[in-house]
Design a protein around this ligand. Structure first.
Ligand SMILES: *[C@@H]1O[C@H](CO)[C@@H](O)[C@H](O)[C@H]1NC(C)=O
Ligand SMILES: *[C@@H]1O[C@H](CO)[C@@H](O)[C@H](O)[C@H]1NC(C)=O
Ligand SMILES: *[C@@H]1O[C@H](CO)[C@@H](O)[C@H](O)[C@H]1NC(C)=O
Length: 161
């Protein structure tokens, strides 16, 4: 039991269920990786306030570790750009859930200096990437952590157990 508790502590997770039936307190179960996700739609929340709301559920802002998870979350949050858990921690991009950084979908030209929190584009629009037009959908950008009004939602993530 102590081993289990310390393993969970390592991942900075607290006990909180997303039980069978797959939906509890607004969380949706993603069977492939055994995590549960919730979309908080609340315009104007800062990155920190969004993370605090996730933690209230025993969750964190979502970390994203591969294309499959990224694509899943794009459709999960379709139509509304959302905070994910990646922030500039004194110069090191860090996930709030403590998981390792390995996968990135930062759109060309980002992360730019001094905008220290990350959101995911879940809407379609065009960006100019070195002279090539690309669709921002499914990519990430960095924003002012205080939220200047362009991040209307947030995605929380917690483990199913
Ligand atoms: C966000 O929270 C962290 C950790 O509590 C704190 O160090 C940081 O100053 C906060 N940032 C803002 C913009 O409030
Ligand atoms: C932030 O990073 C700088 C440069 O590496 C370091 O000198 C400073 O102590 C760090 N601050 C904190 C709060 O970790
Ligand atoms: C973003 O993070 C960098 C590195 O820690 C820091 O120098 C800068 O002041 C931060 N920007 C804001 C707006 O807080």
């Amino acid at each position: 039991m102590i081993g289990l508790l310390s393993a969970l502590a390592f991942f900075h997770y607290t006990f909180a269920a997303c039980p069978s039936g797959f939906i509890e307190a607004g969380y949706t179960y993603h069977q492939r990786n055994n995590f549960c996700y919730k979309l908080i739609v609340n315009s104007g929340l800062s990155f920190n306030d969004s993370e605090a709301l996730c933690q209230f559920d025993g969750a964190h802002l979502a970390s994203i570790h591969d294309d499959e998870e990224n694509i899943f979350l794009n459709s999960f949050a379709y139509g509304i750009n959302a905070w994910i858990g990646l922030y500039n921690n004194n110069g090191t991009w860090t996930w709030t859930d403590g998981t390792a950084l390995g996968f990135s979908k930062f759109i060309c030209g980002t992360p730019s200096p001094s905008l220290n929190c990350t959101s995911m584009y879940n809407t379609h629009s065009n960006a100019d990437c070195s002279g090539n037009t690309c669709d921002v959908y499914g990519q990430w950008t960095n924003n002012d952590c205080n939220n200047l009004g362009n991040v209307p939602a947030a995605i929380c993530k917690k483990p199913h157990y």
